[in-house]
Design a protein around this ligand. Structure first.
Ligand SMILES: O=C(O)CCC(=O)C(=O)O
Ligand SMILES: [Mn+2]
Length: 209
């Protein structure tokens, strides 16, 4: 390691069609990222979610926790997630996100990938409660993983791959969820755990559940 190399945030922008992705490496120092990772691993009430497909139960290949203000229920793929109250370290991560990106969010889906066989398959975060043009930010803690993007329609465009490092932030800009899919593929070999916090702006309040 380069002991005297400063651990400062560095910004990179990727253009995908008419959408932009911003990647911030070192949004958290290694020390901060390691402490946050251990705290979340031990204190978040991680849950297994199952989908029912043709009458068969399929466990999702990752653990999850939906955290938001009271009443902001999240539904996707037939699952209905009731919000857990905010955990203090998640609020400080949200504050760093605001400071570095200028974006405010009111909810977050936390994912725990226990090893390389945990994953998220192709999808867009385009649920109705996120509005028509959502910005989604993903904070990465722990093992490095790859996020892949492909257009919903033009299948000739090659996949875009972005490596998500420990302590990084990835911001998927407007339009991306409308026109592109993303996935976090399985990896073989020994892969350490990773936690992601995917922050969203949830537009439905308690009265519109
Ligand atoms: O783990 C990630 O960085 C992405 C997860 C994701 O796409 C999601 O939770 O919707
Ligand atoms: Mn997603």
């Amino acid at each position: 390691m380069f002991d005297n190399e400063p651990d400062t945030p560095t910004y990179q922008t990727f253009v995908l069609g008419d959408s932009k992705i911003q990647y911030v490496a070192n949004a958290f120092t290694l020390q901060e990222a390691d402490r946050l990772f251990q705290g979340l691993l031990n204190h978040i009430p991680w849950q297994t979610a199952s989908l029912s497909i043709a009458g068969n139960e399929h466990k999702l290949p990752r653990l999850q926790c939906w955290m938001a203000d009271e009443g902001r229920t999240y539904s996707y793929s037939g699952l209905k997630l009731n919000p857990h109250p905010w955990y203090p370290d998640v609020l400080s991560i949200k504050a760093r996100l605001k400071q570095l990106s200028g974006h405010s969010f009111n909810s977050v889906l936390l994912n725990l990938y226990r090893d390389g066989s945990d994953s998220v398959s192709w999808h867009a975060d385009d649920e109705i409660e996120l509005g028509t043009n959502p910005v989604i930010a993903s904070v990465s803690l722990g093992a490095e993983r790859i996020l892949e993007f492909k257009p919903k329609l033009n299948l000739k465009v090659p996949k875009k791959r972005i490596v998500l490092g420990n302590g990084s932030i990835l911001i998927m800009g407007k339009n991306l969820q409308n026109n592109w899919l993303h996935q976090l593929p399985k990896l073989s070999g020994y892969i350490a755990p990773r936690i992601s916090l995917t922050f969203r702006e949830h537009l439905f309040g308690e009265t519109q559940k």
